[in-house]
Design a protein around this ligand. Structure first.
Ligand code: PLP
Length: 446
């Protein structure tokens, strides 16, 4: 019997309505979900409503949510100021199909907060922003190949959907022809010699990197590694792109780059950018690169890097984003969250020590990970190859039946919001400790 089976029956008992919805969903939605990440065996949870740091499922069970809408909801669920702004904009016109002031205000606000951004364009998701950024870096450099770091996730765009699932040498999806993925070169994470050698030996248009990769349970890149990437890129005329879809505006008003004090040529934004609940992405950075999108300077389509879309920069998302950015501008929210993150790391580490579980707490700021690995992991490769999946899965169901929601079943990682408090962390730590005792009991019994 797998360890998780100790808690799965209780999960089934608690969630009959989710089970019924899943059966229905399977008839009209492949696999019953719109993102496999949200799938859970034997059936995923179907949510009904959310408030602050809590989310309720259709059976009425309440969970403390550490997933927070894919880490987009930095203020917590149903944040009133953004909801009020959205309501007003719905009345004024959510989809005008023309340019408007909110997108200008949001662009100016991003420039104010993120030092490396001189110009920015809006898209509808992180995936889309990455896709257009790949095109922009190719346009600017005239080079074809693009580098990305092993285990980093930039969304499902063909050109970056490589070395995501472990093992990294197998395709991360079907339907990706080698002619396409062959133009994407993967670099080892946190390995200076390995990564720099590849940058020097290839003519890459850019290197895309997630500084605090979710697949590595938020174990951040070393500063020296990021410095080495920056230097090698400068040396070879390669652009450096930080994917700050999760970290942007969260780790500081200026994102992770401000924490590292190392700056990219382009940055990718998403999630928090749209106010937390409106789909939005953006890419921005140095003016020489961004102006390759300027239709007044590059009149011929063949010379311009195309970007656009029906909902690109729409006023509803732009206004929600702007209102939230103004809340995040001073950095007070992030400072409190970072302190809570430190508290969480300490409390979880103490719980692990007391519980006898072999695991490491990783993370940066309000992004926390838990790694059931025999030694401290240094990269998503370490995390994905060494993680004790049985233990991670068992913890997942244990937390669920005790009213805690997070992702994922195989790589536990947690995002804090302004609605979380020390009491929530204390409970999380207490549950982790109890889980350790349960595991020890099971081991003695076996
Ligand atoms: C770092 C990072 N980049 C890009 C994406 C893709 O963003 P989206 O899901 O909005 O397309 C994600 C989504 O999880 C992400 O975490």
């Amino acid at each position: 019997m797998a360890l998780r089976d100790k808690w799965v029956p209780r999960y089934l008992e608690l969630t009959p309505k989710s089970e019924a919805l899943y059966k229905r969903a399977r008839q009209s939605i492949p696999g019953g979900v719109n993102y496999p990440l949200r799938y859970l065996s034997p059936h995923p949870l179907y949510a009904s409503r959310a408030e602050g740091c809590y989310i309720w499922d259709v059976d009425g069970n309440r969970y403390v949510d550490y997933w927070m809408g894919h880490f987009a909801l930095i203020m917590g669920h149903s944040y009133r100021k953004v909801i009020e702004a959205a309501k007003e904009q719905l009345e004024a016109g959510a989809h005008l199909g023309l340019e408007h002031e909110w997108e200008v205000m949001l662009a100016e606000q991003i420039k104010k907060m993120v030092r490396s951004v001189e110009q920015v364009r809006f898209a509808n998701s992180g995936t889309e922003a990455n896709m257009y950024a790949v095109r922009a870096v190719r346009t600017f450099t005239g080079r074809k190949e693009v580098g990305k770091l092993e285990g980093c996730w930039h969304g499902g765009y063909d050109g970056l959907h490589k070395a995501v699932s472990y093992p990294f040498d197998a395709p991360s999806s079907a339907g990706l022809p080698e002619e396409v993925t062959g133009l994407t070169v993967t670099l080892p994470f946190n390995d200076i010699d390995g990564a720099v050698k590849i940058i020097r030996n290839r003519r890459l248009a850019a290197v895309f990197v997630e500084l605090v990769p979710s697949q590595g349970a938020f174990n951040p890149a070393d500063r020296e590694f990021v410095r080495a990437l920056r230097d090698a890129c400068d040396e070879t005329g390669t652009l450096l792109v930080f994917d700050e879809v999760i970290t942007g505006f969260r780790l500081s008003p200026g994102g992770a780059q401000e924490v590292y004090r190392i700056y990219p040529d382009l940055t990718i934004f998403g999630k928090i950018l749209g106010g937390g609940f409106m789909p939005m992405g953006a890419f921005g950075g140095r003016i020489e690169i961004m102006e390759r999108l300027d239709q007044t300077k590059y009149v011929k389509p063949s010379e311009r890097s195309f970007h656009g879309g029906t909902y690109a920069g729409n006023p509803l998302a732009a206004r929600c984003g702007y209102v939230l950015m103004r809340e995040l501008e001073s950095g007070e929210v992030q400072e409190r969250l970072n302190r809570l993150g430190e508290y969480a790391k300490r409390r979880l580490s103490e719980a692990l020590e007391r519980s006898g579980l072999e695991a490491y707490v990783t993370g940066m700021g309000s992004l926390i990970g838990l790694q059931f690995t025999p030694r401290p992991p240094r990269s998503p490769r370490d995390t994905l190859s060494m993680m004790d999946r049985e233990l991670a899965e068992a913890l997942y169901y244990y937390m669920l039946v005790n009213g805690v929601y997070y992702v994922s079943q195989h790589v536990p990682h947690f995002g804090l919001s302004a609605s979380h408090a020390e009491e929530h962390i204390d409970r999380l730590a207490a549950l982790l400790e109890d889980f350790g005792r349960e595991v020890a009991k099971e081991k003695r019994r076996a």
